[in-house]
Ligand binder design. Structure first.
Ligand code: ADP
Ligand code: FRU
Length: 288
């Protein structure tokens, strides 16, 4: 069991399950609705906590009632929120259409809340942690947080999730132990496949495990030595809910890495866990 700090976003997800994805300007009735905590970092910690780790979330939480709901929900899962910064404002929300037909999720995310800052981060006692996982957002402040780790706690390993093209995001790459790149990020850079992207990155970033989760194709990765790996997806009997599949994958990989699994076995474990998640609603009871 490791003590893991996650830096990033926690949201309120309002998920409407619909028969199939509607056409524009249509009016449809949802089959069901559920509210739950979301956000890439919060989801990854939710799964890591279930995998037996001691997780701490560091991010901003609004002082509104949704913020209370998010705070309580995280705590009920056993995730510590002592280092969160409560700020006045509106909680981030995602309104999500989950297609019953295909299991795909379409997310409309709204956020207008100050981000977690370096000043907040510096208050954390990093000496108690075994691993840090950061979302690649809030780039300037996150770059400073990662530099702070290098300067003050050089052996402390961390992973970064690079999901979206953001100005200066490459500054988060150097020094990570593990980098997760989304398909969205890679394809928006103009690469049609993950392997080409990973190979060109390797010379400037040796010794870093670089991974591209790739939806129903599974995942691609380069190990520390630059050896290429591909693991196919593990398809559930029925794809029910892909919301948070990537967040689950990241948790699975971090868990396997912390257990010193070989790289290919870590990719396999992450794909198995993410595939299992796609076969069920939400994250509850994912680890049996
Ligand atoms: P996200 O869109 O949530 O970021 P991805 O589409 O990148 O997630 O998928 C993450 C991982 O989830 C993949 O590497 C794969 O292992 C698993 N996965 C995603 N979609 C499916 C699917 N339809 N069937 C099985 N596994 C899937
Ligand atoms: C899924 C997710 C949702 C959240 C959205 C934020 O990966 O984390 O839970 O609402 O993405 O962009």
């Amino acid at each position: 069991m490791a003590r893991i700090l996650g830096i990033g976003n926690a949201t309120l997800d309002i998920i409407n399950t619909v028969e199939c994805y509607p056409v524009e300007d249509d009016e449809v009735r949802a089959l069901s609705q559920r509210r739950c905590i979301g956000g890439n970092c919060a989801n990854t910690l939710t799964v890591l906590q279930q995998l037996g780790h001691d997780c701490v979330f560091a991010g901003t939480l609004a002082t509104d009632t949704d913020g209370d709901e998010i705070a309580l929900g995280l705590q009920q899962q056993g995730i510590n929120i002592d280092y969160c910064h409560r700020v006045s404002g509106e909680s981030p929300t995602s309104y999500i259409l989950l297609s019953h037909d295909t299991g795909t999720r379409t997310i409309v995310h709204y956020r207008d809340l100050p981000e977690f800052s370096l000043a907040d981060f510096e208050k954390i006692d990093l000496s108690t942690f075994d691993w840090i996982h950061a979302e690649g957002r809030n780039v300037i402040e996150t770059t400073s947080m990662l530099s702070f780790i290098h300067e003050r706690f050089p052996p402390l390993p961390y992973s970064v999730e690079i999901e979206k093209l953001r100005s200066g995001i490459e500054n988060l790459f150097k020094g990570a132990a593990v980098l997760f790149f989304s398909r969205h990020y890679v394809t928006h850079l103009g690469y049609s496949n993950a392997e080409g992207f990973l190979q060109q990155l390797h010379p400037s970033l040796p010794n870093i495990e670089k991974i591209c989760p790739w939806g129903e194709e599974g995942a691609y990765g380069l190990d520390q030595k630059g050896k290429s790996h591909h693991v196919p997806a593990f398809s559930p009997l029925q794809v029910i809910d892909t919301l948070g599949a990537g967040d689950t994958f990241n948790a699975g990989f971090i868990h396997a890495h912390l257990h010193h699994y070989p790289f290919a076995k870590s990719l396999t474990f992450a794909c198995q866990l993410a595939g299992r998640k796609c076969g069920q609603y939400g994250f509850e009871g994912l680890i049996s």
